[in-house]
Design a binder for this molecule. Sequence first.
Ligand SMILES: Cc1cc2nc3c(=O)[nH]c(=O)nc-3n(C[C@H](O)[C@H](O)[C@H](O)COP(=O)(O)O)c2cc1C
Ligand SMILES: O=C(O)C(=O)c1ccccc1
Length: 388
Amino acid sequence: MPIITNIQDLKRLHERRVPRMFFDYAESGSWTEQTFRENTSDFEKIRLRQRVAVDMTGRSTAGQMIGEDVSMPVALAPVGITGMQHADGEMKAARAAEKFGVPFTLSTMSINSIEDVAGFTSKPFWFQLYMMKDTDYISRLIQRAKDAKCSALVITLDLQILGQRHKDIKNGLSTPPKLTLKTMANLATKWAWGIEMMSAKRREFGNIVGHVQGISDPSSLSVWAAESFDPTLDWAKIAQIKEEWGGKVILKGILDAEDAKMALKVGADAIVVSNHGGRQLDGALSSIRALPSILEAVGDQIEVHMDGGIRSGQDVLKALAMGAKGTYIGRAFIYGLGAMGQQGVTRALEVIHKELDTTMALCGETKVGDLGRHNLLIPQDFEGRWQA
Ligand SMILES: Cc1cc2nc3c(=O)[nH]c(=O)nc-3n(C[C@H](O)[C@H](O)[C@H](O)COP(=O)(O)O)c2cc1C
Ligand SMILES: O=C(O)C(=O)c1ccccc1
C-alpha cells in the first residue's frame, strides 16, 4: 500500500483509479471555476500565530455539532452519486465516519438508499434533502429518513438549478451516462474500478428510483435537475418542511448575511456557510471569506458551520478559529473513497485529524473549543473588500 501523508496523495490515487467521467464530476467547479479555486486559495491567505512554551499535553479535538458528540468537528458533506466513486460508496463512507466518530450526511442523489446506509451502520446519520416538485415524493423521503432514525435533516438551498460544469457536459455525464468511444476507452483502463463495481449492491440511484420520469431529455443531468427540482422554493416552504420533519434542521448553502437572518427566523438549528464547493454560482465569495459577515449577523444566535475548500486539518483549524462551530469535507473524503474505498475515507479523516491536532499544539492550544481569532493572522483586506 502506498504511503499516504496528505489529502493530495489520495487525490492522485483517486484520479488514477476512477473513470475520468466520475473523477471530473467530483473535481469540477462551475463556469470559470473561480469560486472553486478561491475556496482553497483563500484559506492560504490566512496565516497562523505560532505560540511557544505552552503545556501541550492532554490535547483533544473532540467537540459537538448540533448537540451531537464528535471526535472532531468535521462532518462528511452530502455528495451526489458517491457510489460511483467506489461500489456502495455511501455505505462505506458512512461506516468510516461512524467508526471515526464524525457525522455522515447522505445526499438525496445517492446510489445507496437511506435504508441501505441505515442497515450498514449503527449510529444515526444526517439526511440531505433537495426540494423537488413532487411533494409526495418529498414526503416519502422525509418519512424514510425518520424511519431510518436520521438525526438531522440538511436542506440544501443553493441548487434548484444546476450550475454549468463544462466537463460533465463534454464527458456525457448523465443518467445513464453517454458511452462515447472516448469514455469506453477510458473505462477499459479502469478495470480495477470496474471489477469492484460489479460487486455493488446498488447500481442505480437508490433514493430516487422511479423518480426519473417524464423528463424531456433524461440524458442531461442539468435538464433532469431543472425539470425535477422545485424552482418555487422559498422560506415559507422551508418552514413547512421543517414542520413536517419535526427534528433538527440544518440549512445548507447560505452565503449572505441576509439569508442567514432568514434561516434564523425559520428556526433552523444550524446553517452551513457554503457555495456548494464552487459548483453553483461561480463568482460568489469563497466560503471562508463569506464566513465573518455571517458570524457577525447571526453567530451568537445560531450554530454556524462552513464547508468549501477544506483539504487539511489546518484549514479546519482556520475555519474554527474564525468562529465556525463545525466544518464539512466534500472532495477530501471523496478522494479517499475513490482511491481506496472505506479505508481511504478513514485515511482522509486520520490525515485531517493529525494535521488539526499538530497545528493546534503548535498554535499553543489544547482544545478546539478554545480556538479563536487570536490564533489567526488575517490580512487587513481579507474582509470588507467586496461591499454590497
Ligand atoms: C461531487 C460532489 C457532489 C455533491 N453533491 C451534493 C449533493 O448531492 N447535495 C449537497 O447538498 N451538496 C453536494 N455537494 C456539495 C458538498 O456537500 C459540499 O458543499 C462541498 O463539496 C464542499 O466543498 P469541498 O468539496 O471543497 O469540501 C457536492 C459536492 C461535490 C464535490
Ligand atoms: O453535483 C452536485 O453538486 C449535486 O448536488 C447534484 C445535483 C443533482 C444530481 C446529482 C448531484
